[in-house]
Design a protein around this ligand. Structure first.
Ligand code: AVI
Length: 326
């Protein structure tokens, strides 16, 4: 396992966290960056979300992989040896489907899962050693671009990059363009990108996925305030806030908020700020964009990729798009 610079198990550089929190809550329309959801508690809650009956995304993508694994593996392998790089691999539930298929097709590849969590990469390496000992695995602990930098130096073969789970949906449009253009700058002709996106569908289905009956998504969202209390010595009374989620079908975006139920002041000591909330004032915490296929193809096009094959689930509600480098 390779550990690149600062790595952690969900805890963050607290001065950057303090700065981002102070900056986000200091704005007229308050925001908090969704990347801070994933401390230890947040990551456990996200695992629970993925098992919820309403949260269809993970099951749909598993189905995409189950139904298309033969063709995916075949297309990846054409061109000889490759590095299969899994950005944000986590427990690699979906990728394991592909790894089994690649093994049975006797593909010539190695597997490089990348994740910020050292603990997750340790567990994944161990489980792969048990389940698929024939696959060569080198886990990398670090941030995406840190890892791509390292790969540039250390893995010079053809690359197939995985960016699954509709993680691209959590970026604003401009950010997703920047992100994919940066990814593209690390790739060469012959390399590929497989990206998972949640497609536009009945707004009621989407809304329920982000406002589940058991309240797990609410706990996931509100954990941000608990985390600020824990790590930045703040005094949020979390019971005085609630989760609110709304889907905008014009923009195809699910937006999540934390709403203050009363007028109140909060002291965030390590960020050196006091924040006032009016009654029913909102903090915007997350965007989850839903795409149409032409939008994804256009996004790829803008960033130097060409959509080659689209793999769907049986309802055509989720797609994994295989891009080649233009
Ligand atoms: C990680 N990401 C793709 C999830 C999503 O669906 O946007 C995060 C999430 N937020 C609430 N539920 C799940």
């Amino acid at each position: 396992m390779i550990e690149l610079g600062r790595q952690n198990d969900g805890s963050t550089d607290s001065s950057a966290f303090a700065r981002d929190v102070a900056q986000g809550l200091g704005q007229k329309q308050k925001t908090l960056p969704s990347r801070y959801f994933y401390d230890g508690t947040g990551s456990r809650l996200f695992q629970k979300i993925m098992e919820l009956p309403e949260y269809y995304l993970t099951r749909s993508e598993i189905e995409v992989f189950e139904q298309n694994k033969y063709e995916m593996a075949r297309q990846f392998s054409g061109g000889g040896f490759f590095h299969l790089i899994d950005l944000g691999a986590g427990d690699a539930l979906k990728t394991k489907i592909l790894l089994k298929e690649l093994s049975s097709q006797q593909s010539n590849f190695d597997y490089v899962p990348v994740d910020i969590s050292g603990e997750a990469m340790k567990q994944l390496s161990e489980s792969l050693q048990q389940e698929l000992p024939q696959v060569a695995v080198e886990a990398v602990v670090g941030e995406y671009f840190q890892a791509l930098e390292w790969l540039q130096e250390n893995k010079s073969g053809r690359k197939v990059l995985l960016f699954l789970g509709s993680n691209i949906g959590n970026f604003e449009t401009e950010e997703s363009i920047d992100f994919l253009q940066s990814i593209r700058s690390y790739l060469k002709p012959g390399d590929r990108l497989l990206m998972g996106v949640d497609l536009r569908k009945n707004p009621d289905t989407i809304l329920k996925a982000y406002d589940d009956a058991a309240g797990v998504t609410a706990a996931f969202n509100l954990n941000l305030l608990h985390r600020i209390n824990r790590e930045l010595d703040a005094d949020f009374n979390v019971d005085q806030f609630c989760h609110h989620a709304i889907y905008n079908p014009l923009e195809g975006v699910m937006r999540s908020f934390i709403i203050s139920k009363v007028a109140q002041d909060v002291h965030i000591r390590k960020a050196n700020v006091r924040v006032h909330f009016d009654a029913w004032e909102a903090i915007h915490t997350e965007n989850s964009y839903k795409y149409s296929l032409p939008q994804v193809a256009e996004l790829g096009q803008k960033c130097g990729f060409a959509a080659e094959t689209v793999f769907y689930d049986s309802r055509q509600g989720f797609a994994d798009i295989l891009f080649s480098v233009r």
